[in-house]
Design a protein around this ligand. Structure first.
Ligand code: FRU
Length: 460
């Protein structure tokens, strides 16, 4: 049997073997995307194609650690209900045998084309190839092999192609490390999606490696999104081991980029990818995880799965800042309105719920979820602070964000072991894992304001 077939079968067996253990885990999210078994990391190939949303993801079916990645595949008509599709890519070829690493999708000539990185390691020596796989039905993909080899001047940490079309030409950005060990993003140009011409470095300047670049126009500006590694913490900034963020500039004028802004201020957020959907919205998915975090402390590993993806978010650029709003379709998740009243209060909440606090009148206040995570606000110094116990020693750790002027609303999505907090309709976002004691079911709101609380439907 061909290696691809063998790998597909083995992965399927692994899903079946652990299905019950995974689905019985009280930390398994019920409306966020999690792996059927094993480990999920970056969202890949994110696209709406012929009306259907396709989302691929980095997947290790055989263990809850990183390794030779597959591309898992989900589809959706409405961004709320997802269907698990057959595996899109397995690490079966000589050019991707140690992982079909991250990449992107583009629609061209009636085909869905996936550009991804083939990761190869022989005796610990890494090789990297930018590869193509195509499909006519959006379900079955044929590998077309290596499209781009490593150019001079870069190490084999050269990956995660993001492709797009603009004014009749095709462009690609790739995350790279120069031989001087500097993080950068390089770009290529093509007239036909086949012959790619290396254009050079689009941006660099800090860190030792930049992963998962994305590039797109947003409300009249150009945005370069990437996940740099090697940034030192600086006050309230860059507190996670690795970051994800963006710079804004004008690419046609050689991208004189401005300040690097973190996209998300929570504890776990990495490798986001965007697409433009058929309604003209710029939509983002991210990974609720960070590479090289101490994963041995994740209680879900014993139940054969780890990590999840964020909810889909719509992006907008206002006053030089990216706002991220949960897509409007997510209101369809709402099941029952359980609370709709003013004042400080303590309530029982389901493990899948949505909370909105608005009409906030007090100067200070906080919301504590399951006695585990606390979101504090202080209008005087315009801070929002998310606090939770560290996984390895239970000591309190915190992340801080500063809002521009007023505090209008706090919207929180809770899903068993994850938390997404949107401040002021997405001016600031905090994404985090949450391993609260499963016997505690309360939310405590010590704030003057109106609280709305919904239970959310189960989707997975
Ligand atoms: C980011 C990343 C990518 C790589 C993939 C491998 O999390 O390291 O750079 O393509 O994950 O799974």
């Amino acid at each position: 049997m061909e290696k691809d077939q063998v790998l597909r079968q083995k992965a399927q067996q692994e899903v079946e073997k652990h299905q019950e253990t995974v689905t019985c885990d009280p930390y398994l999210p019920s409306y966020h995307i999690a792996p059927p078994v094993g480990l999920i990391n970056d969202p890949n190939g994110w696209i709406q194609w012929n009306g259907t949303y396709h989302l691929f993801y980095q997947w290790m079916p055989f263990k809850t650690e990183h390794g030779a990645k597959f591309w898992g595949h989900l589809s959706s008509a409405n961004l709320v209900d997802w269907k698990q599709e057959p595996i899109a890519l397995t690490p079966s070829a000589w050019f991707d045998k140690d992982g079909c690493y991250s990449g992107s999708a583009i629609s061209h000539d009636g085909q869905l084309k996936l550009f991804y990185t083939g990761n190869v390691k022989n005796n610990d020596i890494r090789e990297t190839y930018q590869c193509l796989a195509t499909s006519t039905d959006g379900i079955h993909f044929d590998k077309k092999g290596v499209q781009i080899e490593l150019p001079d001047g870069f190490t084999a940490h050269f990956r995660d192609p993001k492709v797009w079309e603009q004014d009749g030409k095709f462009y690609m950005v790739i995350g790279a490390q120069t031989v001087e060990q500097k993080g950068s993003v390089v770009w290529y140009e093509s007239n036909n999606l086949q012959d790619w011409e290396f254009q050079g470095i689009l941006a660099d300047g800090f860190g030792y490696m930049w992963e998962c670049p994305d590039f797109f126009p947003l409300n009249g500006e150009d945005v370069l999104l990437f996940s740099p590694q090697g940034l030192e913490a600086d006050g309230i900034h860059y507190r996670n081991l690795f970051q994800s963020g963006y710079v804004i500039g004008n690419w046609k004028e050689r991208f004189e980029f401005g300040y690097f802004t973190e996209l998300d201020r929570g504890f776990e957020f990495y490798a986001p990818q965007t697409t433009l959907d058929e309604k003209g919205r710029r939509l983002l998915f991210g990974w609720i995880g960070v590479p090289d975090q101490k994963e041995e402390y994740h209680p879900t590993k014993k139940n054969q799965w780890i990590h999840q993806l964020t909810l889909p978010r719509e992006l907008e650029l206002k006053n030089g800042k990216i706002y991220q709003k949960p897509v409007e379709e997510l209101t369809d998740l709402r099941d029952e309105l359980l609370v709709n009243e003013y004042g400080p209060m303590t309530k029982m909440i389901p493990r899948a719920s949505e909370i909105i606090l608005d009409e906030i009148t007090g100067k200070k206040g906080y919301i504590t979820i399951f006695d585990y995570a606390t979101i504090d606000f202080n209008k005087t110094n315009r801070t929002i602070t998310l606090t939770r116990p560290a996984f390895d020693n239970s000591e309190k750790e915190e992340r801080v964000g500063i809002f521009e002027s007023k505090l209008n609303n706090i919207r929180i999505f809770i899903d068993h072991s994850s938390l997404e907090v949107f401040i002021n309709d997405g001016e600031l976002v905090f994404t985090s894992r949450m391993f609260a004691d499963t016997s505690i079911a309360t939310v405590e709101v010590q704030a003057q304001g109106k609280l709305s609380l919904w239970s959310l439907k189960q989707k997975f």
